[in-house]
Design a protein around this ligand. Structure first.
Ligand code: ZN
Length: 325
């Protein structure tokens, strides 16, 4: 639709960047109600939305949520930069839904207009589920009445130009243990875990004849600026033939890294919860996985249900080591 402007480069490549962002797994469901194939977005908040939630966002006014169609509207460079900076649904939700109370149910795709409105106002207008440091920052910092701006600024302030060169930090993954893993050799299996991030691959040792192996091994991965999903595979070691797969899972690093970035130097803070990766029907989590500051370190424990296999769970602890540590 913007072919005629292609000689300027930016508008077309901007649209492409937006499409690429929409193709990310977390952006294929509405940030607020989980309806599939969202075609709308809030540029300043940085989320993709279904038509129904978009209507509620629009009713809040553009100073709270600036709604645009992904396909129909022309996006300004500022709007594009804003949504790119946040990085889409899982990143924004790790901030805006960090403190959703235990037992609180988000509206689903079939929620009524009233349920939807109540949730969306609580989430963005009143920022009830936001981590408190950002709520204060965005309140003080808002020169206009754009409450999302303070949050976006808190992302920007920690992502200076130096991180676009080389890696942004190191991910330490402690593979703690597995339970109820699948049987691949007669009665048992000899499992080991492989982690892949981009071109890097690291793996644990093999635990012989054990369906409930304990590894307690720490694996390190460098994280590039454009990191994708962390891919996890469990294999059964086989001396005589190709190793058999015993399940896999994709791990979203966005909640950990986004909340780490927005807090900066974790050693300045007391122990507290700073983010969350929510369990959903399209990820492998057994429970919501909380990002915590613990003793000045940024950590995230998770229990993964292995995918494409008859059984098996894996317990992991992630730790984020920002550049310079
Ligand atoms: Zn929705």
């Amino acid at each position: 639709m913007s072919e005629k402007r292609s000689e300027f480069g930016r508008p077309v490549s901007g649209k492409r960047r937006l499409k690429d962002l929409l193709l990310q797994k977390d952006n294929q469901f509405c940030a607020d109600c989980n309806a599939p194939d969202p075609k709308w977005a809030s540029a300043n908040i940085g989320v993709f939305l279904c038509l129904k939630c978009c209507g509620v966002h629009r009713s809040l006014g553009p100073h709270i949520s600036k709604v645009l169609s992904v396909t129909l509207d022309e996006w300004s460079d500022d709007d594009l930069d804003a949504i790119m900076e946040v990085g889409g649904n899982s990143s924004a939700n790790s901030i805006y839904e960090a403190y959703i109370p235990e037992g609180y149910t988000k509206p689903g795709p079939d929620a009524s207009h009233e349920q939807r409105t109540k949730f969306i106002r609580s989430k963005y207008e009143h920022q009830e589920f936001l981590k408190s440091s950002l709520r204060i920052a965005s309140g003080k910092g808002s020169t206009g009445s754009n409450i999302a701006q303070g949050i976006i600024n808190s992302f920007r302030s920690t992502s200076d130009s130096k991180i676009t060169e080389g890696n942004i930090g190191t991910l330490k993954v402690k593979v703690i243990k597995g339970t109820d893993l699948a049987i691949r050799d007669m009665m048992t299996s000899d499992p080991y875990v492989i982690l892949k991030l981009g071109q890097q691959t690291v793996q644990t040792t093999v635990v012989k004849s054990n369906l409930n192996p304990v590894w307690n091994e720490e694996l390190m991965l460098s994280v590039p600026p454009q990191f994708g999903l962390l891919n996890l595979n469990v294999f059964d070691y086989d001396l005589f033939s190709a190793d058999d797969i015993m399940g896999e899972a994709d791990i979203d690093l966005q909640p950990l890294i986004s909340s780490a970035k927005s807090f900066g130097d974790a050693s300045m803070f007391d122990d507290m919860q700073i983010g969350k990766w929510m369990k959903s029907h399209n990820n492998a989590l057994m429970d919501d996985s909380i990002v915590n500051i613990v003793g000045g370190k940024i950590k995230q424990e998770m229990t993964i249900k292995l995918q494409n296999v008859e059984s098996g769970e894996l317990y992991l602890e992630l730790e984020w080591l920002p550049l310079g540590n």
